[in-house]
Design a protein around this ligand. Structure first.
Ligand code: CA
Length: 220
């Protein structure tokens, strides 16, 4: 079988972790704390955090949005990559999960760069659009309930400036998107968004196998 993308086993994963920007003590502690939770799989990997931080700095992002914060690891990676004065708006429905993140953000010294909005993200994003923040943001990370992915994408397309970046997580959904027999609501929603992004003339699109797959959309 020919593969154009390398398969990453545990040994290679450790090698990547060793070579990429190392996790800070706060990141490592947050990862360990989250690993004990039943929903730990919702946390992005360290390599993905490193890659997203790289993207943030690459595009010189100052203003970012995150939809789906969980225990705050991705927010920590994004906020730490923003310049002084940068701001990350985090949307989540869980006070219990985000409280864990808030503690880590303060310990890492980036708490003042993050504004947490508890409530349905679609409402929060609508309010931001209503408040005149269209085109205000440089970067958006979508990683919440998959059935609302398309809605979040449309809202982010309004809020993120041209030449900015929208990153959609779990775009490969553990491979399920390529299995036609898998028609669960989440799989179908992710599959539909991937196809929509591919054909969307408003953006430049690239789907990459980092972590569980990231769909990258650059508004034109
Ligand atoms: Ca995710």
């Amino acid at each position: 079988m020919s593969r154009s993308t390398i398969q990453v086993d545990d040994r290679l994963e450790r090698y990547l972790l060793d070579l990429n920007r190392p996790e800070t003590p706060v990141q490592r502690q947050l990862r360990d704390d989250t690993a004990r939770m039943s929903s730990a799989g919702m946390q992005i990997g360290a390599n993905q955090g490193s890659f997203m931080a790289f993207l943030i700095r690459l595009i010189g992002a100052r203003h970012a949005i995150e939809i789906g914060t969980f225990t705050g690891y991705s927010a920590l990676a994004v906020a730490a990559a923003l310049p002084p004065g940068g701001k990350l708006i985090c949307c989540d429905v869980s006070e219990e999960w985000t409280r864990i993140g808030q503690k880590a953000w303060m310990e890492a010294g980036v708490g003042d760069r993050i504004e947490l909005k508890i409530g349905p993200a679609a409402d929060t994003l609508d309010h931001m659009i209503g408040d005149g923040l269209s085109g205000h943001f440089d970067f958006a990370f979508i990683d919440a309930d998959k059935e609302n992915y398309e809605l979040y994408y449309e809202q982010c397309l309004i809020l993120v400036r041209k030449g900015g970046l929208i990153a959609v997580d779990n775009a490969l959904w553990d491979g399920a998107v390529a299995d036609p027999s898998n028609q669960t609501a989440s799989t179908s929603a992710i599959r539909a968004l991937n196809q929509k992004l591919r054909d969307d003339p408003r953006i430049e699109f690239c789907l990459i196998p980092v972590g569980d797959g990231i769909a990258l959309a650059r508004p034109l």
